[in-house]
Design a protein around this ligand. Structure first.
Ligand code: AMP
Length: 425
């Protein structure tokens, strides 16, 4: 499927041109599987994570449908509605529609909380072709009669699993109740848990089911390693790593908002330009930080798990787990931020003695050990041997224990077959 070409997907010339202008050579598996069905108007359940190209999988056929049946839209109405769990994801989906629809002249608007509603009300006043929204603000504007869903032809529920995690089920139900019964409906989710299937049952008609398994394939392309380090040395270790200029764009994860702020301050003192995004920052500050990172004005973005949801920045070269997540699934989500759409990436995890249980859970989930790199100046034998204290043999496999003074010590491959990169790519 990878080698299928976009020519075979019956996309209209302006959409095909926009896809080519983005440099896309082949449709990703989710695109190849979903687009033909969506073009015929079928409902669809897509089991796919961010990073698989799922946005284009729904945006391209929606744009095609809207441009083929072009018509004037009524004030405050939208012809397509995409519901996303976070503001960041909404903004990114909006950018995708703009990018893929650049030769079509369709209109779109974004509606999300955390910023003033007035510009959004204004953007909706004449009606738009595509509306991308988060549930809370959308309902606010619907209640104030600034937005009407009575003309929606296509409805997309994106990242349905996260929506439910974040407690949006009641809001989603209200939105669905306001949609016309006759419509095309798409649901995307990273998992197909029973509650997702239940939600799908009520909102989709005879859907096609398309599943791709990106967690494994994304993770396969990531060069992973774990570095044992005492808590007090983590910052020094990070500074040491960041001396490598090939760490071009690093997403650093901390467990707490406070930890993220502190780290950005400390990195600033050592003249590394970094920004933080987390839930305590205003929407404007989060967007500004993300934009600085995306534009390359800062090399390092420090984030907490929640804030990182939906971040889609291309070419993140390194994901650094400054703190290991206490939920093993978060590890997979985090490292999937690098290695997007076929590219490779490096994921480096710091692990203190107190984090060995987290590492054990991650390795259980992955069903394999994360390669260990001892070859750094802050290696902690205490953290490395902490597994014994847990009474576990542990899966950790030491793949490198070379000369600590080797100037290229951070550039070596971690040792999995076929993986030849160090931290640098
Ligand atoms: P998504 O899963 O929608 O978040 O997309 C992940 C990334 O893949 C985005 O940065 C897209 O620009 C990129 N992308 C989407 N489709 C393709 C494709 N067919 N070829 C190469 N990159 C793609």
């Amino acid at each position: 499927m990878q080698n299928q070409s976009f020519d075979e997907l019956s996309l209209s010339a302006p959409i095909f041109r926009a896809v080519k202008a983005e440099g896309y050579e082949h449709p990703t598996p989710i695109q190849a599987a979903a687009i033909p069905h969506l073009l015929t108007g079928r409902d669809l359940i897509g089991c796919a994570q961010t990073g698989t190209g799922k946005t284009a999988a729904f945006a391209l056929p929606i744009l095609q449908r809207l441009s083929a049946g072009r018509r004037n839209v009524q004030p405050r109405c939208a012809r397509a509605l995409v519901l996303t769990p976070t503001r960041e994801l909404a903004a990114q989906v909006g950018v995708s529609f703009k990018t893929y629809g650049r030769y079509l002249g369709l209109t779109h608007a974004l509606v999300f909380g955390g910023v003033g509603q007035h510009p959004q009300v204004k953007a909706m006043s004449r009606g738009v072709d595509v509306l991308v929204a988060t549930p809370g603000r959308l309902l606010d504007l619907m209640n104030q009669r600034h937005v009407k869903l009575s003309e929606v032809e296509v409805f997309v529920l994106d990242e349905a699993d996260r929506m439910l995690d974040m407690g949006f089920l009641p809001d989603i139900k209200k939105v669905i109740a306001a949609l016309p019964a006759r419509r095309q409906t798409l649901l995307f989710s990273a998992t197909m848990a029973p509650e997702i299937m239940k939600l799908a049952e009520g909102m989709l008609t005879d859907p096609v089911k398309v599943a791709v398994s990106p967690p494994a394939s994304t993770v396969e392309r990531v060069d992973e390693r774990v570095l044992f380090v005492d808590e007090g040395n983590k910052r020094a270790l990070l500074s040491e790593l960041l001396k490598d200029p090939e760490i071009d764009r690093a997403l650093v994860f901390t467990r707490t908002k406070h930890g993220a702020n502190r780290l950005v301050k400390q990195l600033g003192q050592s003249t590394v330009e970094a920004r933080a995004i987390h839930g305590n920052k205003s929407q404007t500050a989060r967007m500004a930080a993300l934009e600085d990172f995306r534009a390359g004005r800062c090399r390092v973005l420090v984030a907490t798990d929640i804030a990182a949801r939906g971040i889609d920045v291309d070419r993140i070269t390194h994901v650094i787990n400054y703190d290991l997540p206490n939920e093993p699934e978060s590890y997979v989500h985090r490292i999937g931020r690098t290695a997007r759409a076929g590219a490779g990436g490096v994921a480096i995890s710091f692990c203190g003695a107190d984090e060995r249980l987290f590492l054990r859970d991650i390795e259980r989930l992955l069903k394999r050990p994360v390669p260990v790199c001892e070859d750094h100046p802050y290696h902690s034998p205490r953290a490395a041997s902490a597994e014994r204290a847990l009474g576990k043999s542990g899966g950790a496999k030491i793949v490198s224990a070379r000369n600590r003074h080797n100037p290229n010590r951070f550039k070596r491959a971690a040792g999995r077959p076929g993986k030849k990169r160090g931290w640098s790519r």
